[in-house]
Design a protein around this ligand. Structure first.
Ligand code: BJW
Length: 233
């Protein structure tokens, strides 16, 4: 294997599934329990803020009851032991990468434990319900919303992500269906720039054919084995 110097890793809901967090598009997943246009769009929030705030309050509460799994911990080990540049990008709004030991995680779809004030636009750490319209810690307006990226909104830090993708030697996609853009397009971006591309997912994703290599199985098994390979080589 050629010397690996720069890795970009993208994770999705599948990496947290074995911790007990529902994915979105699996049978029985979040989009079967809730209508996506009602709870994950700015229009849905304007129509029925109580419904949306309740949905995210429920998920924030559920997060407190789960723990990181071996896949999160293996990526944290890779981050600390890999002798090159590593960018860990997650679409997940949970904090299991951080609780698994990762120090630097780019949450492109925001975070459950962050609030965005629609009045002053400041993002603040947040670990309480929002349904009762608490004041913004900065401007005191009762105008907080979950600091998450809904359909039609721009994900966070896209410039930084694309810059890393164009320099990467290896792009690895873990536990994501490849159904949501722009994340679903990262594999093509990285590949066009010359990176090797690897998918680790329970089953073939929608974009599985774009990858040089795909391994299918639970992240809790595939990810620690892959990390071992990278660090051992
Ligand atoms: C396991 C496992 C185990 C299970 N082990 N694996 C038409 C064409 C193309 C694009 C568009 C279009 N119309 C509209 C768009 C754009 C739109 C979009 O992509 N729509 C699609 C529906 C087509 N995208 C947007 O609007 C985005 N913004 C945007 O595009 O801005 C403009 C822009 C332009 C140019 C550059 C950049 C930007 C915003 C998207 C926001 C997505 N938001 C959500 C909600 C976030 C908050 C929350 O959590 O509630 O993000 S939706 C939801 O989907 C969430 C996730 O992060 C995201 C991806 O889901 P993920 O993680 O892939 O989960 P699943 O459930 O889909 O898949 C899980 C996978 O794990 C499965 O494959 C399982 O098999 C696997 N798995 N167990 C390993 N144990």
């Amino acid at each position: 294997m050629a010397q690996l110097e720069r890795i970009v890793i993208l994770t999705g809901a599948g990496i947290s599934a074995e911790s007990g967090i529902d994915t979105f598009r699996s049978a029985g997943g979040l989009w079967e329990q809730h209508k996506v246009e009602d709870v994950a769009t700015p229009e849905g929030f304007m129509r029925d803020p109580d419904l949306v705030l309740g949905f995210y309050d429920m998920r924030r509460e559920a997060l407190a009851k789960v723990d990181p799994n071996p896949a999160h911990r293996a990526l944290a080990r890779l981050e600390s032991e890999f002798d090159g540049e590593l960018l860990l990008v997650t679409q997940n709004v949970d904090d299991l990468h951080e609780r698994g030991g990762a120090k630097s995680v780019l949450h492109m779809h925001g975070e459950l434990k962050s609030a965005l004030c629609t009045a002053c636009e400041v993002r603040s750490p947040w670990d309480a319900p929002m349904g009762d319209r608490p004041p913004c810690p900065v401007c005191q307006a009762p105008s907080l919303r979950p600091d998450v990226v809904w359909f039609g909104e721009m994900p966070y830090q896209m410039e930084r992500i694309y810059a890393s993708l164009t320099r990467a030697d290896l792009f690895v996609s873990i536990g994501t269906s490849g159904a949501v853009y722009p994340a679903a397009g990262f594999v093509q971006e990285a590949r066009m720039a010359g990176a090797r591309t690897l998918e680790l997912n329970l089953e073939p994703s929608e974009g599985t054919h774009f990858f040089h290599e795909a391994r299918h199985g639970p992240a809790g098994e595939l990810v620690p084995a892959w990390v071992e390979e990278v660090l051992g080589s």
